[in-house]
Design a protein around this ligand. Structure first.
Ligand code: FAD
Length: 484
C-alpha cells in the first residue's frame, strides 16, 4: 500500500522537501546493497542531517506503522539495507562529522555516516588509529560497521567492531533516544550495547558512536608468501597460531583470486602460484624480529616457493591494495559472482576448501577463495553468468557452502551478516528455542515490527500472509494469537 500524501508531507515538513526523495528514478539508486540480486525500490528515501531529525523520522514511522530501513553506504553483502516494499529508507550519510578525537583518553566520537577510513585519517596525526578494517573501509560507514559488527583483516589480533565500540546513541523504533554502553566501559545491568552490536539495523538507528582508538604500532612487518597448494598455506596458518604467535593479520588468496586482484592492481602477486598468504606482524622491533624468524621457518617447512617482505610503507600498502581489491576485482574474470561468508574451525580449512572445490566442480561453476585465514573466516566467491542462466545454480552452490560451514562446526557468517540472504538458513544453526529468544528480544525493542523487518531472523509469517508492510493478522486482531 503506497504511503499517502499527508504522511509524505509530514516527512517533508520535518526535513524540508529537498531531503525527501520520492522521484522513482532517484529512489531506484537505493534499491539494493552489495547483494545486488535482491532489489526493492523504496517508496521514499529520507536524508536527515541531524540526530534529532533521525528521531523525528522514526517517530513519524512509528505513528503510522511505516517500516523503515537505516542505510549507510550500502556496501553490505547480505541484503541488510534492502528496502522494504511500502517503506522508507533512512540514509545516514549526511551525519558525517567526526565530533571529537579525545587523544588523552584515546577515544573518538563519531556520527554514523563517517566512513571507517576517515576515523583513522582523523586519529593518525595523534599517533592513533581505529583497528577494525573491513576491505570496504574507504566507503563503508561506522553506523553500518556497528550494525554488522564488521570485521577485517586486522580483527584476528584486535577483535571485531564490538571490541572497539564503547557506547552508542540509538533512536529506538518508537522514536525515543537512548545511550547504550558507557565511555568508561563500566556496565550496569545487562549489556544492551552488546545486544545492539551486530543486530543489523533491526533494533533501532545509531546516531552517535564512541570508539576506542589504539596507538599506532612501533613497526609493522608485512610478508607475502607463495605456496604449492591451498592446503600447504592452511597448514602454515595453523602452525603459526599453534606456535603462540598472534599476527596482526593472516589472509589467504587462491589462484583465481590472485589472477583477478593482480590484474586489477598490479600489486606484485605471483600469477603462477596456487595460493598466497599475506602475514602481517606488528609491535616492537624485537617482538617483530623474533616472530618473523619463526614465521619464516614455518613457511619454509611447508614448501614456500617465494617469500617477499615489504621493504617500505608504500610496498606494504601495495600488498594490502591487492588483497583489499580482491572482491571487486573478481568482476574482471566473471560477469557475475556471489560473495559468500562463513566460518570454519581453522584446523579444518584445508578439508573445507577441498570440499568447496568439489562442490564447484559438481555445479560446473568456478569458486575463487580470498579469506581471513587466521580466524577461519572464508569468503568463497561463486562465479557465474546470469546471462547464461547460471543464477539458480550459483545461489544453490553458495547456500550449500554456507551450510557446509555450519556442518563443519563453524558459522553461517563471519562478518557480512545474515540480512535477507541467510535469514532462511538460521534454523540450520539455531534451534527453535534460540530463535524464539532472539525474536523476543527483537520484539522488546520493536513491538510493531517496523524496524528493518524481514532481516536477520526468519519472519514468523502467519498463514496467508504476504511479504511487505506489517499488517496485523485477523487472528492477531481478534486476540487469538500472539506474534511474539
Ligand atoms: C568490496 C567489499 C569488501 C567488504 N569487506 C568487508 C570486510 O572485510 N569485513 C566486513 O565485515 N565486511 C565487509 N564488507 C561488507 C560491508 O562493507 C560491511 O558490512 C559494512 O559494515 C557495511 O557498512 P555500510 O555503511 O555500507 O552499511 P549498509 O550496507 O548501508 O548497511 C548494512 C546494515 O547496517 C544497517 N545500518 C546502516 N547504518 C545504520 C545505522 N546508522 N543504524 C542502524 N543500522 C544501520 C542497515 O540497515 C543494514 O542492515 C565488504 C563489502 C564490500 C562491497
Amino acid at each position: 500500500m503506497p504511503l499517502d500524501a499527508p504522511v509524505r508531507e509530514e516527512f517533508a515538513a520535518l526535513l524540508g522537501p529537498a531531503d525527501v526523495i520520492d522521484d522513482p528514478v532517484r529512489t531506484r539508486a537505493y534499491e539494493c546493497d552489495g547483494l545486488t540480486g535482491n532489489r526493492v525500490v523504496p517508496e521514499l528515501v529520507l536524508l536527515p542531517r541531524t540526530a534529532e531529525d533521525v528521531a523525528g523520522c522514526v517517530r513519524i514511522c512509528a505513528r503510522h506503522r511505516i517500516p523503515f530501513v537505516a542505510r549507510g553506504a550500502g556496501t553490505g553483502l547480505s541484503g541488510g539495507a534492502l528496502p522494504v516494499a511500502d517503506g522508507v529508507v533512512i540514509g545516514l550519510n549526511r551525519l558525517d562529522r567526526v565530533l571529537e578525537i579525545d587523544v588523552e583518553n584515546r577515544r573518538a566520537v563519531l556520527e554514523p555516516g563517517v566512513t571507517n577510513l576517515e576515523i583513522t585519517a582523523a586519529a593518525s596525526p595523534h599517533g592513533l588509529y581505529y583497528a577494525p578494517d573491513p576491505s570496504s573501509q574507504q566507503v563503508c560507514t561506522i553506523g553500518g560497521n556497528v550494525a554488522e559488527n564488521s570485521g577485517g583483516a586486522h580483527c584476528l589480533k584486535y577483535g571485531f567492531t564490538t571490541n572497539h565500540v564503547l557506547s552508542i546513541e540509538v533512536v529506538l523504533p518508537d522514536g525515543s533516544v537512548v545511550t547504550l554502553g558507557s565511555d568508561s566501559m563500566e556496565q550496569q545491568g545487562p549489556d544492551l550495547r552488546g545486544v545492539f552490536l551486530g543486530s543489523e539495523g533491526t533494533l533501532g538507528v545509531v546516531t552517535k558512536i564512541t570508539v576506542r582508538l589504539l596507538r599506532t604500532p612501533e613497526v609493522m612487518r608485512t610478508l607475502l608468501a607463495d605456496f604449492p597448494s591451498v592446503a600447504a598455506g592452511g597448514q602454515v596458518v595453523s602452525d603459526i597460531v599453534a606456535a603462540g604467535i598472534v599476527p596482526a593479520a593472516v589472509e589467504m588468496m587462491d589462484a583465481l583470486a590472485i589472477e583477478a586482484a593482480e590484474g586489477a592492481t598490479g600489486a606484485g602477486y605471483s600469477l603462477d602460484t596456487p595460493a598466497a598468504l599475506v602475514v602481517e606482524l606488528d609491535g616492537t622491533v624485537e617482538e617483530c624480529d623474533e616472530q618473523f624468524a619463526l614465521v619464516k621457518d614455518i613457511c619454509d617447512r611447508h614448501g614456500c616457493t617465494r617469500l617477499h617482505v615489504a621493504g617500505s610503507p608504500e610496498e606494504r600498502a601495495n600488498i594490502w591494495r591487492g588483497r583489499k581489491a580482491a572482491f571487486a576485482a573478481v568482476g574482471r574474470i566473471s560477469p557475475d559472482y556471489i560473495v559468500q561468508d562463513g566460518v570454519v574451525p581453522r584446523t579444518r580449512l584445508a578439508e573445507v576448501l577441498e570440499r568447496i572445490s568439489g562442490m564447484g566442480d559438481e555445479a560446473g561453476l568456478r569458486v575463487a577463495n580470498v579469506f581471513h585465514a587466521g580466524d577461519g573466516n572464508l569468503h568463497p566467491l561463486v562465479l557465474f553468468s546470469a546471462a547464461d542462466g547460471e543464477t539458480e545454480r550459483a545461489e544453490h552452490l553458495s547456500a550449500g557452502i554456507a551450510e557446509l560451514c555450519v556442518e563443519m562446526g563453524g558459522s553461517l557468517s563471519g562478518e557480512h551478516g545474515i540480512g535477507t540472504d541467510k535469514a532462511c538458513s538460521m534454523p540450520k544453526m539455531f534451534g527453535e528455542d534460540d530463535l524464539a529468544v532472539m525474536n523476543r528480544i527483537r520484539a522488546g525493542f520493536d513491538p510493531d515490527h517496523i524496524c528493518n523487518p524481514g532481516k536477520l531472523l526468519p519472519t514468523p509469517r502467519l498463514c496467508g500472509e504476504k511479504p511487505g508492510r506489517y499488517r496485523p493478522h485477523p487472528l492477531e486482531e481478534a486476540g487469538l494469537i500472539d506474534r511474539l
